[in-house]
Design a protein around this ligand. Structure first.
Ligand SMILES: [Zn+2]
Length: 252
């Protein structure tokens, strides 16, 4: 692909960054929304660990730390470091993965499925709940720059991350580390978009192994009821968008 078609694809991909893709891949038709179990709210974090103001707010709103359900899920909370496309830490001392309890339950189920199928693999999480206040910070950083299209404006109906219903993640191999998915997390371009995998496999821009790794991640997430999107291999939502908006509240 080249020229104006590539420009079109890039533009289309950028505008859909992180969860705003309306063409979510439906993977859970057999899971009625009303059957969602609501686990008990998270107990307080273990004594001796500092709790940031943000973490206290999340706990007060009923969100749960994924490590209280499954400590085998690895964390690499990229927005709590400068190692992200913003080149800024927007979370300060908060570096935990908090989600709605029902979404956290599903993520633990995905890890269990992955481990049963591939004992040498673990999920590695890059972002979980993203309060709208953080979304505003991100928007302020990119506003007026050539990265503006990478961040959804915070004034709309909100990213699924704002609800604590979306998770960004990849795979971790116990011996060799981060698994090659063909692009890094937060690579905003067609190569990161599952919708073009077949084309890039044919052209040699993605290897069979890279596509297989994405397939393994998607299978594990779908097995637990998550929905992927067509524009980012790393982004999954715990429930259909309508269900999320009906059942959960935006974290401010
Ligand atoms: Zn995301």
């Amino acid at each position: 692909m080249k020229g104006s078609f590539l420009s079109f694809l890039i533009t289309a991909g950028l505008l859909l960054a992180c969860g705003s893709d309306p063409t979510e891949q439906s993977a859970t038709a057999a899971t009625p929304a009303d059957s969602i179990a609501q686990p008990a709210p998270s107990p307080p974090p273990p004594a001796g660990r500092d709790t940031s103001d943000l973490e206290r707010q999340l706990i007060a709103q009923g969100l749960v730390d994924i490590h209280q359900l499954d400590t085998s899920i690895r964390l690499d909370m990229r927005y709590s470091t400068p190692n992200n496309f913003l080149k800024e830490d927007v979370y300060g001392d908060f570096d935990r993965c908090y989600l709605q309890p029902a979404v956290a339950e599903r993520l633990a189920q995905a890890q269990a499925y992955l481990e049963a199928e591939h004992p040498d693999l673990r999920l590695i999480v890059f972002d979980c709940v993203r309060p709208r206040s953080v979304q505003y910070q991100m928007w302020d950083i990119v506003k007026g720059t050539d990265q503006q299209d990478y961040v959804a404006p915070p004034g709309g109906t909100g990213s699924m991350h704002n609800y604590g219903a979306a998770v960004d993640l990849g795979l971790w191999q116990l011996d060799t580390g981060l698994v090659d998915m063909g692009t890094p997390f937060d690579f905003f371009g067609p190569l990161a978009q599952p919708r073009y995998e077949t084309d890039f496999l044919r052209s040699g821009e993605l290897t069979a192994a890279q596509v297989q790794h994405r397939h393994i991640l998607r299978l594990s997430m779908k097995a637990a009821g998550f929905h992927g999107i067509l524009s980012e291999w790393w982004h999954f939502v715990g429930f259909p968008r309508d269900t999320v908006k009906r059942r959960f509240q935006i974290v401010e």
